[in-house]
Every structure is written in structure tokens, then in C-alpha cells.
Design a binder for this molecule. Structure first.
Ligand code: SF4
Length: 188
């Protein structure tokens, strides 16, 4: 620790720095003065939208060496005008969390362990199950012969992290497939 100097006496600092009320530079510790904002070290800033909920607050993503170093509210957003709630403010931890899953994980029926799957295999498995469930739950007519042309084998429940465009596409896809139970957490 550096030796204490009389010049560090708070009252003297208030006089010398012009911070008469002691609410600015005069009351900063040496350690605080050495701290540099993560924003200051970023080499670029990218505008984005918070992924957590349907409010869609604007974000400024600070990037250094192609790595996200900080995320803050975007004052240019007409929705949030620079504000983020605690979840949105912690988005940087969502990106850089060492526990973040970056691989597709699969636990087979009756298995006790998870295994990694490559993306093509996972998509094929999902498509196979989707088609089988659609076929299995298909209803062509009701008991009076009236046309139904729907499947009761598929339901969709979206989460609040889905945005308008994703919800639009999900609704289109599932309705075209004949599903009628299409819901979203925000509506429930
Ligand atoms: S989680 Fe918070 S910051 Fe993110 S969009 Fe919703 S209200 Fe905005």
C-alpha cells in the first residue's frame, strides 16, 4: 500500500480539487481512481436487443478482440431509453458464463447420462418425431363427418425470450402443420 500523504487529507483535497461539497473527485480513493470502465477498453460497440423478454429493450454491446466485455442500455432505443432491468443488465454474464452450454446435449430414453449430438443428427431426430407425432395425432373428420384436418399430436408453448418475428414464424409453421394448440408464456 502506498504511504499516506498529507495531501490525501480529505478536507485539503476538497479545497485543492475544487470539490467543495466532497461529492466528487475529493472523495475518490486511490483504488477508485485507478479503475477503468470496461467500456473504455472496448474497440467497438454494437447495437442489439435484450434477449430475455418480450419488452425488447435496446442494448449497447461493447466488444474487445471479438469478445463481449460489457452490455449496457441504449439511450437511442425508443422502447427503453437507456434503461435495462436487472436481468438485462446481467446479459454479459449470459454471454460469458463458463457454465453456458454450447453443445447439443441428449439424454436417450432410460439413459442416466447426457451425450453430445451433432446439429444435423439433432435436427433430423426432431423432424422425425415431429412428423410421427403429427401423423399419430391426425384427425381428418369428426364423428359427424365434418372436416377437421388437424393434429392433436403437437402443441407449441413459446417462452418470453421469443420475439415478434420468431412467434410469427412459429405460428405459421405449426398452423400449416395442422396444430391448433399454439400458446406463448406471455399470453398465458
Ligand atoms: S429482461 Fe429487462 S432489460 Fe431485457 S427486455 Fe425485458 S425488461 Fe428489458
Amino acid at each position: 500500500m502506498a504511504a499516506w500523504s498529507p495531501l490525501e487529507w480529505p478536507v485539503l483535497r476538497q479545497v485543492l480539487t475544487g470539490d467543495r461539497t466532497g461529492r466528487g473527485a475529493a472523495v475518490q480513493s486511490a483504488r477508485t481512481r485507478q479503475i477503468e470502465s470496461r467500456n473504455a477498453t472496448a474497440d467497438r460497440v454494437v447495437q442489439s436487443v435484450c434477449p430475455f423478454c418480450a419488452v425488447g429493450c435496446g442494448q449497447k454491446v461493447y466488444v474487445k478482440d471479438d469478445k463481449v466485455v460489457q452490455i449496457e442500455g441504449d439511450p437511442d432505443s425508443p422502447i427503453s431509453r437507456g434503461r435495462l432491468c436487472p436481468k438485462g443488465s446481467s446479459s454479459e454474464q449470459l454471454v460469458n458464463n463458463p457454465l453456458r452450454q454450447t453443445k447439443i446435449r441428449y439424454r436417450a430414453p432410460h439413459a442416466t447420462e447426457w451425450t453430445d449430438l451433432d446439429r444435423d443428427t439433432a435436427i433430423d431426430m426432431i423432424a422425425d418425431r415431429f412428423l410421427a407425432a403429427r401423423r399419430h395425432g391426425w384427425q381428418d373428420h369428426d364423428e359427424h363427418g365434418r372436416p377437421l384436418r388437424r393434429t392433436m399430436g403437437i402443441a407449441s408453448l413459446g417462452g418470453a425470450t421469443l420475439d415478434n418475428e420468431e412467434n410469427y414464424l412459429i405460428k405459421k409453421l405449426f398452423t400449416a402443420a395442422g396444430a391448433i394448440q399454439i400458446e406463448n408464456q406471455a399470453r398465458i
